[in-house]
Design a protein around this ligand. Structure first.
Ligand SMILES: *Cc1c(COP(=O)(O)O)cnc(C)c1O
Length: 422
């Protein structure tokens, strides 16, 4: 089964997203082209919602996964908030119509200006990651005549030996406040004049494909909630972060409703059943809802390796180059010819510029290929390396393809640059 099914399917040889043939979209809008299924995004959201029904909760989509305005609008209209990590994301979220009261601000390096912008907008809260940040936020809030609602992002230090996939929840990385320093940090927060403590937060990593790390982290968080509340500091919400993985190849991550049900059961068992829950899923809401379309330019068969050179590159989709990520590559139209192995590479001047290695494909120049599961951390990580304009984006809404971002124009890439005088 294709990652992205049932929205993504092959019918009579033609790869389709929500019934729309992808090769036709490549012809109509050009390549490289990102295509998203709105229905797939809403379907992924519905799985979270099923498990959360009847519970006080707020789903804050982690918009760094895919920040297109139409994507944000889709989730905002469905009642979601967003998790932001910069002033730029704040501006985007507001432009897409996300109410400030549903925006939470995460990230280790918030500047004074970003704090001020978020306070002026009236965001729902700040997830604070250090003592220095608490002090700065308090000062900025006092200057602004405001009170900043804060949660502390706690680093639960979940054992890496049992859960090797975790990358941000360990003691030795830059994220969050160490578990054993968190109680002191809460005391400090409660004493600072510009702050109002509202909750607790954690986020232990990304592309996690097991339930246990989430439940372990939640347990560590609840230990802290008990200790903090014993001192008279109330925590109105518990933010369990994001990080649920998706299927790129053979992974079998838990379904969102299964994961949430397991976490809710743990909350109930420990007497926190009525507490407001915040979640910050990113990848699991959008990853399998998108594909990147690219046209084959040249075939370079060789003795050692054979290269299929396409018009999308690491600047369009950096995950393979940056994380050695494996993403499925499918021809949009099937050929009868026998398949053979190709390294699918882009035109950028870097040997690391590849989308897939050793892929068995039957292709000819002019064919359109789809890189699957490209809805998350695709376009948001795109760059202009090699002065390449970024791709266009299309969303399929009720079976219709809607252009939701124009292809960037070359002249815009250097519009802000200046030639030297003389
Ligand atoms: C990136 C991020 C998320 C979302 O992670 P996914 O793996 O995309 O679900 C959630 N919370 C914070 C603080 C993040 O930085």
């Amino acid at each position: 089964m294709l990652p992205g099914a049932p929205h993504l399917a092959r019918r009579a040889g033609a790869l389709q997203l929500d019934g729309v043939p992808l090769a036709a979209l490549a012809r109509r809008f050009g390549t490289p082209l990102y295509v998203y299924s709105q229905a797939a995004m809403l379907g992924a959201l519905a799985a979270y919602r099923r498990a959360l029904a009847g519970r006080p909760h707020l789903l804050c989509y982690a918009m760094k996964a895919n920040a297109n305005l139409a994507v944000l609008q889709t989730f905002a209209r469905a009642g979601c908030g967003v998790d932001i990590v910069s002033g730029g994301e704040l501006a985007r979220a507001l432009a897409a119509g996300v109410p400030a009261t549903r925006i939470v601000f995460s990230g280790v390096g918030k500047t004074r200006d970003e704090m001020r912008q978020a306070l002026d907008a009236g965001v729902r809260g700040f997830n604070v990651e250090s003592l220095g940040e608490l002090q700065r936020l308090s000062r900025v809030a006092v200057e602004a005549g405001a009170t900043a609602p804060v949660s502390l992002r706690v680093n639960p230090d979940v054992d890496a030996g049992t859960h090797p996939y975790i990358s941000t929840g360990l003691r030795d990385n830059k994220f969050g406040i160490a578990h054993d320093e968190a109680l002191d940090a809460y005391r400090a927060a409660a004493a600072l004049p510009g702050l109002r403590v509202t909750g607790i937060d954690c986020h232990i990593g990304s592309q996690i494909t097991q339930v246990e790390p989430f439940v372990d982290a939640l347990d560590r968080l609840l230990d802290l909630v008990e200790a903090v509340e014993a001192e008279g500091i109330a925590l109105a919400h518990i933010d369990v972060g994001g990080g649920l993985g998706i299927r790129y190849a053979e992974e079998s991550p838990p379904a969102a409703d299964e994961l949430v049900a397991r976490m809710l059961a743990r909350l109930d068992a420990r007497g926190f059943g009525g507490r407001e829950i915040l979640l910050e899923p990113g990848r699991s809401l959008v990853g399998n809802a998108g594909v990147l379309l690219t046209e084959v330019q040249y075939l370079k068969p060789g003795a050692a390796r054979s290269f299929c050179i396409v018009d999308a590159a690491m600047n369009d989709l950096v995950r393979p180059a940056m994380y050695q990520a494996w993403m499925a590559i499918e021809p949009c139209t099937e050929r009868a010819a026998p398949a053979r192995p190709w390294d699918v590479v882009g035109p950028v001047c870097e040997s690391g510029d590849w989308l897939g290695r050793d892929r068995r494909l039957a292709v000819e120049p002019g064919d359109v290929l789809a890189v699957l599961s490209a809805g998350a951390y695709g376009m948001t990580m795109a760059s202009n390396y090699n002065t390449r304009p970024r791709a266009a984006e299309v969303m399929i809404v009720d079976g219709e393809a809607v252009l939701v971002r124009e292809r960037e124009r070359v002249q815009d890439l250097f519009a802000g640059e200046r030639l030297l005088a003389g």
